[in-house]
Design a protein around this ligand. Structure first.
Ligand code: ZN
Length: 348
């Protein structure tokens, strides 16, 4: 994988090796955090209008910074898109490489893993699916205690909220929609007044296309191949928010990766550097020069690592490189076995 690493990031893996967890073997020491932090900085551009709703509200969430309000995307929302994208990549890879993955898992049953709303999984008959607790997604993003296990795994990937670089007046548009009743061909649908709804008319606050968001993710004590898989998933994210059949197209840019002993900078820190800026190249170059000033560790910057990753890690059909995914499965399995060994006090 060192060639791939070099072609994506432009440096030898030996320069940053100490910031990865060595999950090539089972070792109970692997489960103890050791201050190996990979800071990944993001710029997300709305390529279309976005409907970003958070629990408990119809409208976009805004943060008041200074005397203006800026749209935000909570990290939870971004992470669920991130996980779903990774699971999609893992599933399509599994369909094509079942025997190899099963060999690593040490199991013959079909692997399946999915994020499901809690309400859907409560009913006994709908327990098909849910998080598997063994794949590279579960072992890094975490899962709650489940049947057949007795431990929770906490996420080793944490992030900040994403903040728009331009205030509400420049980044939010309110649109009125009209829902026509297909049977009566009318637009008068009784009830459901309120919530911005009059008859069949309803309003949505949307993030304007072209709006830029800045964000940061910290990956802690993760394996090299798992890291590459995560970067591939991040680079392949293309939608976020509600009603994605018509809204929500985004493009993810990765201007910088900083390998360090601790977390450096934050979404807010980057936001203050790029406040008011609308040009993606300018935002990226400002972030990179800010990080250059405050770095502690090995900083790798680019106009956009995501583009290089899409080129280097996917074939022309959009399949992710199998060698990376198989190694990530091995790392997940070794991490899982390491946890179990750690719990038993280092004995097999
Ligand atoms: Zn899983």
């Amino acid at each position: 994988m060192s060639e791939l690493f070099k072609s994506v990031f432009g440096v030898e893996i030996s320069q940053v090796k100490e910031f990865f967890s060595d999950l090539s073997k089972v070792d109970p020491n692997n489960v103890v955090p050791r201050g190996r932090v990979i800071n990944v900085y993001l710029v997300v551009r709305a390529e279309n209008e976005l409907l970003i709703r958070h629990e408990g509200g119809e409208d976009i969430s805004l943060a008041t910074i200074g005397n203006e309000k800026y749209p935000i995307i909570l990290y939870d929302k971004f992470q669920s898109v991130f996980r779903r994208k990774e699971l999609e990549l893992l599933r399509s890879h599994y369909d094509q490489h079942k025997a190899e993955v099963n060999k690593i898992r040490g199991k013959q049953d079909d692997w399946f893993c999915s994020l499901r709303p809690t309400a859907a999984t409560k009913k006994q008959e709908e327990r098909i699916g849910g998080l598997c607790g063994e794949c590279p997604d579960c072992m890094t993003f975490g899962f709650a205690v489940r049947e057949g296990g007795n431990y929770n795994v906490k996420s080793r990937i944490e992030g900040d909220l994403l903040i728009a670089t331009t205030p509400e007046q420049r980044s939010v548009v309110i649109r009125t929609f009209n829902a026509v009743d297909d049977v009566t061909k009318t637009t008068i649908i009784g009830g459901e007044e309120g919530e911005g709804r009059t008859g069949a008319l309803f309003r949505l606050s949307l993030v304007k296309e072209g709006t830029l968001f800045v964000g940061k993710i910290a990956m802690k004590d993760i394996g090299l191949n798992d890291f590459l898989l995560k970067m591939a998933a991040l680079s392949a994210i293309s939608r976020i928010g509600g009603k994605t059949t018509q809204f929500g197209t985004i493009k993810v840019y990765i201007p910088a990766v900083l390998f360090s002993r601790y977390e450096i900078s934050s979404s807010y820190d980057m936001f203050t550097e790029v406040k008011g800026k609308e040009n993606v190249d300018e935002v990226i170059s400002l972030i990179n020069s800010r990080l250059e000033k405050i770095k502690k560790g090995v900083l790798l910057t680019s106009k956009d690592f995501a583009e290089t990753i899409r080129r280097e890690m996917f074939d022309n059909k959009g399949n992710i490189r199998s060698d990376v995914v198989l190694k990530a499965w091995e790392e997940a399995k070794n991490f899982k076995d390491s946890i179990e060994m750690f719990i038993k006090g280092g004995k097999k």
